[in-house]
Design a protein around this ligand. Structure first.
Ligand SMILES: Cc1ncc(COP(=O)(O)O)c(C=O)c1O
Length: 416
């Protein structure tokens, strides 16, 4: 059986740093004897998160995937509705759309930022477009003013996948409060974690925000997102239902006339939420370290004209969940050879992300190669992601920089 090589610079299995504060808070909760679900830590975590991001509401859930699923289900999309999405993201961003009878249109990315291109959005919007689901790729905020301008004109709801963008900024504001609904992940690989899994939905729509937050709260806590109307007491005529029957909720007094989402249990446990609070205390330091590592990688790349990092426009702060650079195939650079050489030099790489429209489940719905030429060119010929997580030691960062320098110096000898 083949053994996997061990790498001097590992791909981030942990994107965050957990230390005494996290251990202490878990110990305190476990020793307290308090319930481990539905208590003050979850509420406090949501309040802190909401204030940090600047959103109107924040509701914690068990993963980023669940956050996206609840957010997309909330929209009440109907047959014939169209949804614009980015192809350059993790599959969870748009997975819930596979279950809905809607038309999904993949909007190509700007090859300099790998974010959805506003000009492409403009070109694809029709009167049937009901939603745009985009990601802030790698932590680099998408061009939200332009995208929201188009969306507001047409009454389109925008969902931001902020799984990479906790700690990022766009023109002084934070992802999660740049559109209508934001979805965050606290998976082990992300900028902060709530014990390996976790997520948050933020709601920022002025008119419908309150209603949406109430519905999301029901959906995540095993209560149906449905319309119930008062009805005659007809189940056993129990007008005087005793307290031990209360778990049956409004069963005695209401009928259900519209079911939108039957509900699920996706609430965050108390220890997870408490760790989330400790991680928020640490967030600025974690992002600072990501940015320092990234600046050093960029410095090495500057010496080689046939590679360029993903752009960071002047008015944004990239939290660098991913560090991505692009090689220039026109100069004769073979991306796969660069990746292989870096691996030989001890750097573990995973390329993020395979264009979603080319996944079998999306091809089965009629999507084809050629639909998003920029995303395809980036994935198949140009893109390299290298580790930049804050848990890398100084020695590991130095090794990464040396490996990059070595690999690119070798390429330099072969390019035109
Ligand atoms: C862009 C993006 N969206 C959504 C998710 C899903 O988050 P989770 O793993 O918490 O379900 C991830 C990562 O895992 C992601 O990278």
């Amino acid at each position: 059986m083949a053994t996997s090589p061990s790498y001097l610079v590992p791909y981030p299995q942990r994107g965050s740093v957990l230390a005494d504060a996290e251990v202490d808070t878990i110990t305190e909760i476990l020793r307290s004897g308090a319930p481990l679900s539905g208590g003050p830590y979850r509420e406090a975590f949501e309040r802190r998160f909401c204030e940090l991001v600047g959103a109107r509401h924040a509701l914690s859930v068990t993963s980023g995937t669940v956050a996206l699923s609840l957010a997309i289900n909330l929209l009440g999309l109907r047959p014939g509705d169209e949804v614009l999405v980015t192809p350059q993201t993790f599959k969870a961003t748009i997975q819930p759309l596979l279950d809905l009878p809607v038309t999904v249109r993949f909007c190509d990315v700007d090859p300099m930022t790998l974010n959805v291109d506003p000009a492409g959005v403009e070109a694809l919007v029709t009167e049937r477009t009901k939603a745009i689901v985009l990601v802030h790729y790698g932590g680099l905020p998408a061009d939200m003013d332009r995208i929201m301008g188009i969306a507001r004109r047409q009454g389109i709801v925008v969902v931001e996948d902020c799984a990479h963008a906790l700690g990022s900024r766009y023109r002084g504001r934070r992802p999660g409060a740049l559109a209508d609904i934001g979805c965050f992940s606290f998976h082990t690989s992300k900028n902060i974690t709530t014990l390996g899994e976790g997520g948050m939905v933020t709601v920022h729509n002025e008119e419908r925000g309150h209603e949406w937050a109430e519905r999301l709260d029901r959906m995540r806590s095993n209560n149906s997102d449905a319309v119930f109307v008062p009805a005659p007491l007809r189940i056993g005529n129990r007008e005087d239902a005793p307290s031990w029957m209360l778990h049956a909720g409004n069963s005695y007094t209401h009928d259900c006339v519209e079911m939108r989402y039957s509900g699920t249990n996706a609430t965050l446990s108390e220890p997870a939420a408490a760790v989330g609070i400790a991680q928020l205390d640490r967030l600025d330091r974690l992002v600072k370290r990501r940015r320092e590592n990234s600046a050093r990688i960029t410095e090495v790349l500057r010496g080689f004209p046939f590679v360029e990092p993903v752009a960071e426009p002047a008015d944004v702060v990239n939290a660098y969940h991913l560090y991505t650079f692009l090689v220039d195939p026109a100069a004769g650079v073979d991306r796969d050879a660069v990746v292989e050489r870096l691996r030989q030099l001890g750097v573990q790489l995973q390329l993020r992300y395979f264009p979603l429209h080319l996944l079998p489940e999306w091809r089965a719905r009629g999507h084809r190669f050629g639909e998003c030429p920029a995303a395809e060119e980036v994935w198949f010929r140009r893109q390299v992601n290298v580790p930049c997580q804050p848990s890398l030691s100084d020695q590991q960062v130095s090794h990464l920089l040396e490996a990059l320098h070595t690999a690119l110096t070798e390429v330099e000898r072969t390019v035109r």
